[in-house]
Write a protein that binds this ligand. Structure first.
Ligand code: KG4
Ligand code: ZN
Length: 343
């Protein structure tokens, strides 16, 4: 089977998302988000998310199948996010996928959401040239990875010690009254601000940190510094705070990513996850990677935030690599480690 037709299901957080790919061609990418139902709480409410997944699941599958102009029986494999994520939300996806695979008599792949974020790049750029360094920055995770084989060999080089990068964007956006999710709001506000206006701290970048924790991140000090600045400066300029805060995060993410490329001798960097949609991260990454002779790949912004195409993409790579499918009755793993690509 050279070009497997794979349906991917993603329900780890607040998006009910179905993707269909044939080989590395994206045929459908349907996303039903419950984000508006969570906005007034300032974050995702697990119970609301689970119920919304149940309601959106079958209409989304039908829409994706119609959009891809296929019939369900054409599908060669079903892939689903097995973790990490909200357990109740994950279960809606895994139960649906298991039923679908069983009913169609097709293999089922329970895959890691984080590896799926990284793998989606192969729908827009050349096939991944393993090995690569991957910077994974989302609402729940921030890590630096060495990817020797996206279907089975991922090593964690470092991770955040406190907040995820996206979480920091969301929290600072909330204190500045810019809304939820915070990343896109800060990105927009920052466009009319001065990134050098305020010199916010870069976490874990002292010379001692470079010795002991070169690839770990910390954003809690930055968060506190921004909160203090806002308190102490009643007439602060929102756009300048947004731009300076964003610059501090993006700077440190790229410093550490390029240090990992240099130390490992791997001249390839993939940036993935919701925060990879950030316009300043994308722009500064291309400047710095060019200067360092590192090949940069970032998925198109729409494929950076949670979607079903990324799950289907990883499923397609698993099939092509001849990886064994999952057992039909696997349990969703809300804290699935990033090194475990599939269950
Ligand atoms: O990957 P994702 O869609 O969901 C998780 O797996 O967490 O990431 C969501 C995160 C949110 O924290 C959101 O604020 C952030 O990605 N995000 C951004 C941007 N777009 C989404 N952060 C910065 N700039 C953006 N343009
Ligand atoms: Zn995600």
């Amino acid at each position: 089977m050279s070009e497997p037709l794979v349906l991917g299901i993603e329900t780890s957080c607040d998006e009910t998302a179905i993707g269909i790919v044939r080989g590395r061609t994206l045929l459908a990418n349907v996303i039903a988000s419950s984000v508006d139902e969570h906005a007034r709480f300032g974050g995702v409410v697990p119970e609301i998310a689970s119920r919304a997944h149940l309601e959106a699941m079958l209409p989304s599958i039908n829409k994706a199948v119609a959009g891809a102009k296929i019939s369900l029986s054409d599908i060669d494999a079903v892939a689903v996010t097995a973790g990490p994520g909200l357990v109740g939300a994950l279960l809606v996806g895994t139960a649906t996928a298991a039923g679908l695979a069983l009913g169609l008599g097709k293999p089922l792949y329970g895959v890691n959401h984080l590896a799926a974020h990284v793998s989606v790049d192969f729908l827009t750029h050349d096939l991944p040239t393993d090995p690569t360094i991957a910077l994974l920055v989302s609402g729940g995770h921030s890590s630096l990875l060495q990817v020797d084989d996206i279907t089975g060999s991922i090593t964690k080089l470092g991770a955040t010690m406190d907040d995820a990068a996206g979480e920091a964007f969301d929290k600072i956006s909330r204190v500045m009254g810019l809304g939820f999710p915070g990343g896109p709001a800060i990105d927009l506000s920052a466009q009319s601000g001065d990134p050098q206006a305020i010199d916010f701290p870069r976490g874990l970048t002292t010379s001692n940190d470079w010795q002991t924790r070169p690839y770990d991140f910390s954003f809690s000090g930055l968060k506190t510094a921004v909160a203090r600045y806002l308190e102490a400066t009643p007439d602060y300029k929102k756009a300048d705070v947004a731009a300076s805060f964003q610059e501090a995060i993006v700077d440190v993410l790229l410093l550490k990513s390029l240090a990992a490329c240099k130390a490992s001798g791997i001249d390839s960097l993939v940036i993935a996850g919701g925060v990879a949609a950030n316009s300043r991260l994308r722009a500064l990454a291309s400047q710095r990677c060019l200067a360092a002779g590192v090949r940069l790949r970032i998925p198109s912004p729409a494929l950076c935030t949670d979607n079903g195409a990324m799950v289907a993409a990883l499923g397609s790579l698993m099939v092509a690599a001849g990886r064994a499918p999952s057992q039909s009755a696997f349990d969703a793993d809300s804290s699935m480690p990033v090194e475990v690509v599939s269950l």
